[in-house]
Ligand binder design. Structure first.
Ligand code: IMP
Ligand code: MG
Length: 186
């Protein structure tokens, strides 16, 4: 029997071993860059960033803490974010004077990250950097400085490895391109 996700999968864009290799490289780079610090705080943006965070942190050997932030955006429908972003769940720790690295699944328009970065900047961290697994740079409407990028991707709707298709299939170990045909026929 076909697995539930298969009808939505047009193609695998980034397979599991390619993802894992890149995550290791990013972890090593972050470990080197933060080697002199012992108060690194990784902030994962829920829910999409969660699989990336848990894999990435295994490869960061600088002592660090993790915390979570949940945000949502409303306005343009489920597959496109709007400028209307709000906090669903705030951090449980203070960020003032700490070295912060945001861990995100994907940057599309940049609206979500702009909101998150402005909010965190206002809390006066010692430093604020951003690590995203995927970047759809061609879609950007709001400029976002990205410090670590896993992969640049084209303007296609993707799912798996934390990213959802209508809130499902975040568990897939690869990044797949959504079949627009399959969605149209629903
Ligand atoms: P932005 O605010 O337009 O940059 O959108 C960022 C958020 O939209 C991401 O954190 C994801 O949650 C979601 N998103 C954008 N593109 C995709 C995609 O291709 N698949 C799944 N979620 C996406
Ligand atoms: Mg996200």
């Amino acid at each position: 029997m076909a697995l539930a996700y298969e009808k939505y999968l047009q193609e695998i864009l980034i397979d599991e071993s390619t993802l894992q290799k890149r995550v290791i490289e990013l972890g090593q780079q972050i470990s080197d860059d933060y080697a002199a610090f012992d108060d690194l705080l990784l902030i994962c943006v829920l829910k999409g960033g969660v699989m990336f965070l848990t894999d990435l942190m295994r490869h960061i050997d600088t002592p660090h803490e993790i915390d979570f932030l949940a945000i949502s955006s409303y306005g343009k429908g489920v597959r496109e974010s709007s400028g209307n972003v709000r906090i669903e769940m705030d951090l449980s720790v203070q960020v003032r004077d700490r070295h912060i690295l945001i861990v995100e699944d994907i940057i599309d328009s940049g609206n979500t990250l702009r909101f998150v970065m402005d909010m965190l900047e206002a809390r006066k961290p010692a430093s604020l950097k951003l690590c995203t697994l995927l970047d759809k740079a061609s879609r950007r409407t709001v400029p976002i400085p990205v410090d670590y990028t896993g992969f640049q991707i084209e303007d296609k709707f993707v799912f798996g490895y934390g990213l959802d298709l209508d809130d499902k299939f975040r568990n897939l170990p690869f990044i797949g391109v959504v079949s627009l045909d399959a969605l149209k026929h629903e």
